[in-house]
Write a protein that binds this ligand. Structure first.
Ligand SMILES: Cc1ncc(COP(=O)(O)O)c(C=O)c1O
Length: 472
C-alpha cells in the first residue's frame, strides 16, 4: 500500500532555524502557531500532571471570521444555517449567534434545538434538518415553534401531521444517480444520499400525500454529500430542484425556500460558489428576480474545520524491529475514539506535522545495550536532548530523513489506527507532538470515553483580545 502521507512532511524542532509555520491559514493569522509552540514548550513528560500529554485544541476565531466573510462575498444571496452537528463548541456557537451576518442554524435533534434556542436564536432562524425525527422531538419543536423541518418519507408526514400540523415542511431530495466523477476520490467524502432524500420520480407521490394531509410544504432541500470535491454536484442538484419545484406547483404548492445544504469545503469554495451562482441564475433566475425565493445553505465543515487545530503528543514508540511489518509504530495520546475520529474516513485527515517536544530525560543512547530500545537503529544526535533547553517557546524547523511509520491511538483496540502508512521524520520519540490542522469538523462531538480516556480537553481560544484557555 502506498504511503498516505506525502514525503516532505516537515519535522519541527525547538532551538535551531526559525519555524516558518504555517499550521493555520497563515494568511489570516499566525496566532495558532504561537499557541502551539507555547503549549509544547510547557509540557515536560518527566514531570507533567496527569493527562497533560493529551491533545489540546487551538481555535482561531480570525479564521472563522474570514470564512464567513468569504462566504458573504461569494454567495451573498445564500443565508447560512450553520450545521450544529459539525461542531457544537459553545464558544463557536456564541460567536456565530452574535455575528453581524445574522446566521441561522441547522439542528438535528432536541438537544441541538434546545442549545440554539437557549442562545436566544429566533425559532424562525432554525431548520430542524433531519428527515427522520423521533416523535417526541417533533413535539418539542412544536412547543418551541421551530416550524421549518425536512422530510423525505410518508411516515414522517404522518408524524408531522399528528405532532406539529402547522410545521413548514421542506422536502429533501437527491439526484437519481450520485453525480459522476472521473475519479472516485473527487466525489463526496460522505454520500449522505445513501441515507436520505427522495428522487424526482417519487417527489410527485409524496407531495400529493402531503397535500392530502393538508400539510404546508414550503421548500426543497438537498445535500450534495459532505466534503464534496466534485462541484458539478451542486449544478445537478439545483437543476433537479427546479424540476421538482414545478412538480410541487402542479400539486398545488407555491414553494419559497431552496435549501442547498452543506458539503462545502474551504479548499474548493470559490469554484463551488461559482457553480452554485451560475446554476441559481439559470434555473431560478426568474423566481429570484420576482423576489420569491429564500436561498439558504447548511454549511458545517466549511465554517468550523479550518479554525480548529489539534496538537497531541507521542506517548509510546515501538521500534521497527519490534514489529513484524518492520515499520516504526508511534502511539498518540489521541486517536480514533477521541479527537482523531476523522482517521476513520479516507481523505479526511490532513497530513500531520511533527514537532519536537521536551523528551524524556534519558536518551536511548545511554540505556544499557541489553535493553530492547537501546539498539533502536536510530541515530540519536547529541542535541536530541537540547530540546530540554528551549528558549522562550519559539519553535524552529529542522528537516529529518524520513522513515516508514504507522500511527496509532491510545486505546487497546486495533481499530484505533490514525495513519496506517506514513512517511514521517526519522527518530520521533515520546514527548514529541503531532499537529493536525483543519480538524474542526465532526471531531469533538464524536469523542468517547472508550478505555477510560477522557472526553474533555484543553482549548486555547484565540480572539481579538488575545488567548483564552478553557477545558471542554
Ligand atoms: C442535513 C445536513 N446538513 C448539513 C450538514 C453539514 O454538512 P457539511 O459539514 O458537509 O457542510 C450535514 C452533515 O451531515 C447534514 O446531514
Amino acid at each position: 500500500m502506498s504511503p498516505r502521507i506525502h514525503e516532505n512532511t516537515p519535522y519541527y524542532q525547538f532551538g535551531t532555524e526559525r519555524w516558518p509555520g504555517p499550521f493555520s491559514l497563515s494568511s489570516v493569522s499566525s496566532a495558532t502557531d504561537d499557541a502551539i509552540a507555547n503549549h509544547i514548550s510547557s509540557i515536560d513528560p518527566d514531570e507533567c500532571e496527569l493527562y497533560s500529554e493529551d491533545g489540546v485544541w487551538i481555535v482561531d476565531f480570525a479564521i472563522i471570521r474570514n470564512q464567513l466573510e468569504i462566504w458573504e462575498r461569494l454567495l451573498p444571496r445564500v443565508k447560512i444555517f450553520y450545521a450544529v452537528k459539525t461542531n457544537p463548541n459553545p464558544r463557536l456557537l456564541e460567536y456565530l449567534v452574535n455575528h453581524p451576518m445574522k446566521l441561522g442554524f441547522d439542528c438535528a435533534s432536541h438537544t441541538e434545538l434546545s442549545e440554539i434556542l437557549s442562545l436566544s436564536v429566533s425559532p424562525d432562524d432554525i431548520i430542524y434538518a433531519n428527515p427522520c425525527k423521533a416523535p417526541s422531538h417533533i413535539r418539542y419543536a412544536s412547543t418551541r415553534n421551530v416550524k421549518k423541518m425536512t422530510f423525505d418519507n410518508i411516515t414522517e408526514l404522518y408524524k408531522i401531521k399528528t405532532h406539529f400540523p402547522d410545521a413548514e415542511c421542506i422536502l429533501r431530495f437527491k439526484v437519481r444517480e450520485p453525480t459522476p466523477s472521473e475519479n472516485p476520490s473527487e466525489g463526496a467524502m460522505y454520500e449522505l444520499s445513501k441515507k436520505y432524500g427522495v428522487t424526482i420520480d417519487y417527489s410527485c407521490e409524496i407531495l400529493l400525500q402531503a397535500k392530502k394531509l393538508g400539510l404546508n410544504v414550503v421548500g426543497l432541500a438537498f445535500h450534495v454529500g459532505s466534503g464534496q470535491r466534485n462541484i458539478r454536484a451542486y449544478t445537478h442538484h439545483i437543476e433537479e430542484a427546479r424540476r421538482i419545484w414545478e412538480i410541487a406547483r402542479e400539486v398545488g404548492y407555491t414553494l419559497t425556500i431552496l435549501d442547498i445544504g452543506g458539503g462545502f469545503m474551504y479548499s474548493n469554495f470559490e469554484e463551488a460558489a461559482i457553480a452554485v451562482n451560475t446554476a441559481l441564475d439559470s434555473e431560478f433566475g426568474d423566481i429570484i428576480e420576482r423576489g420569491e425565493l429564500d436561498i439558504v445553505a447548511e454549511p458545517g465543515r466549511y465554517v468550523s474545520a479550518p479554525a480548529f487545530t489539534l496538537v497531541t503528543s507521542v506517548i509510546a514508540v515501538r521500534e521497527a524491529k519490534e514489529e513484524v511489518r518492520g515499520k516504526r509504530m508511534v502511539y498518540l495520546a489521541d486517536g480514533l475514539y477521541s479527537n482523531i475520529n476523522a482517521a476513520f474516513w479516507p481523505g479526511e485527515l490532513t497530513s500531520p506535522t511533527v514537532v519536537k517536544g521536551r523528551r524524556m530525560c534519558t536518551p536511548k543512547s545511554t540505556l544499557p545495550t541489553s535493553s530492547a530500545s537501546s539498539d533502536s537503529g536510530i541515530e540519536v544526535e547529541e542535541e536530541d536532548n537540547a530540546s530540554m533547553d528551549m528558549e522562550g517557546g519559539v519553535a524552529t524547523l529542522i528537516r529529518g530523513d524520513l522513515q516508514e511509520y504507522s500511527v496509532w491511538g491510545p486505546t487497546c483496540d486495533c481499530m484505533d489506527i490514525v495513519i496506517e502508512d506514513a512517511l514521517l521524520p526519522k527518530g520521533i520519540e515520546v514527548g514529541d507532538w503531532f499537529v493536525f490542522k483543519d480538524l474542526g469538523a465532526y471531531a469533538t462531538s464524536m469523542r468517547t470515553t472508550f478505555n477510560g480516556f477522557r472526553t474533555s480537553h484543553k482549548v486555547y481560544y484565540i480572539n481579538a483580545e488575545g488567548v483564552d484557555v478553557d477545558v471542554l
